[in-house]
Design a protein around this ligand. Structure first.
Ligand SMILES: NC(=O)c1ccc[n+]([C@@H]2O[C@H](COP(=O)([O-])OP(=O)(O)OC[C@H]3O[C@@H](n4cnc5c(N)ncnc54)[C@H](OP(=O)(O)O)[C@@H]3O)[C@@H](O)[C@H]2O)c1
Length: 290
């Protein structure tokens, strides 16, 4: 080992005379992910189940305060009580919210209690698919539900929370899908809605370039949640068949990634992440074990 001397950011080795630039490491880089999230306020849509619910638990464990929404009031109450009991000190605000209703979204945000008003992270997660029908058979009602939830709901929440996010130097995470990267047979409207999420994220990133707000889209492949049960309108056998012969992603897998993406240093913006379970390579290419 050569004798060395450190001068400022440079290390000088006596023989040969080489100057090696040391990486400049800021205090922020040394902070752990969890300490960057401590006392941040995280607003999660669709927190009553699946990915949104797993995000709530992971952010609570990281010391963040939570604003949780979804349409099911009883679920929200139950989740709030469990979080407060299992992660002491967690501050949770819950209130039912249907993201399709702009008036409801605006008044929800307007009426946030003082300690939850400064939202740092918005997780636009609420979303769903209905049916697996060819385009010519899709009802207008299903089309409206998917587009109004997955697209307009995401935009309403973003519009309502951007003033707060600009104040806090916040972060938006949109939960997209691999259905937003490629279209598949009998998935036209859902695929269209998730393609829209991708486009909206890209446009918004350009609009936010001169702001202190970051934006990330996460595109999961197959995640085992209530998603397929909703798609097949409560038919548990059909829902289970979706995951047959494959070890699908769990909502926890996606939540860990959401938390990771939002706990990078200020200058690091993860733009998009595609996540598959091993054995899946696209919406239709799936290796199923017999
Ligand atoms: N599971 C997958 O394979 C998969 C793959 C790629 C992307 N995704 C996306 O991941 C996100 C979460 O889905 P998930 O898999 O966790 O499914 P999930 O378990 O069915 O959860 C969906 C959540 O969205 C909420 N929601 C639905 N409509 C709503 C509305 N109008 N207003 C407010 N909340 C609403 C539901 O709550 P309430 O019923 O209480 O309103 C629920 O909390 C969705 O955007 C989905 O498109 C899922």
């Amino acid at each position: 080992m050569l004798p060395k001397r450190t001068i400022g950011l440079f290390t000088r080795y006596s023989q040969p005379k080489t100057i090696i630039k040391k990486a400049f490491i800021s205090t922020e880089t040394f902070m752990s992910s969890n300490s960057r999230l401590k006392n941040k306020t995280v607003f999660i849509t669709g927190a009553t189940s699946g990915i949104g619910l797993a995000c709530a638990w992971n952010y609570a464990r990281a010391g963040a305060h939570l604003v949780l929404s979804g349409r099911r009031a009883d679920k929200l109450e139950e989740i709030s009580a469990q979080l407060k009991e299992s992660v002491p000190g967690t501050q949770v605000y819950t209130k039912p919210l249907d993201v399709r209703d702009k008036v409801q979204v605006d008044s929800f945000v307007h009426q946030l209690p003082q300690q939850f008003k400064n939202v740092d992270i918005l997780v636009n997660n609420a979303g769903l698919v209905l049916g697996l029908e060819p385009l010519e058979k899709i009802s207008e009602a299903d089309m409206d539900t998917m587009l109004n939830t997955n697209v307009k709901g995401l935009v309403f929440c973003t519009q309502a929370l951007l003033p707060s996010l600009r104040k806090t130097g916040g972060h938006i995470v949109n939960i997209g899908s691999i259905a937003g990267l490629e279209a598949y047979k009998n998935g036209s409207i859902y695929c269209a809605s998730k393609h829209a999420v991708k486009a909206i994220t890209q446009s918004l990133r350009c609009e936010l370039l001169d702001s202190n707000v970051k934006i990330t889209v996460i595109d999961p492949g197959m995640v085992e949640t209530e998603f397929s049960l909703i798609r097949f309108r409560g038919d548990a056998d059909k829902a289970a068949a979706v995951y047959a012969g494959i070890d699908p992603l769990k909502s926890q897998d996606i939540a860990e990634i959401v938390v990771f993406a939002t706990s990078r240093p200020k200058h690091v913006e993860i733009s998009n992440l595609t996540v598959y379970p091993h054995g899946q390579a696209s919406a239709t290419q799936i290796h199923r074990k017999q």
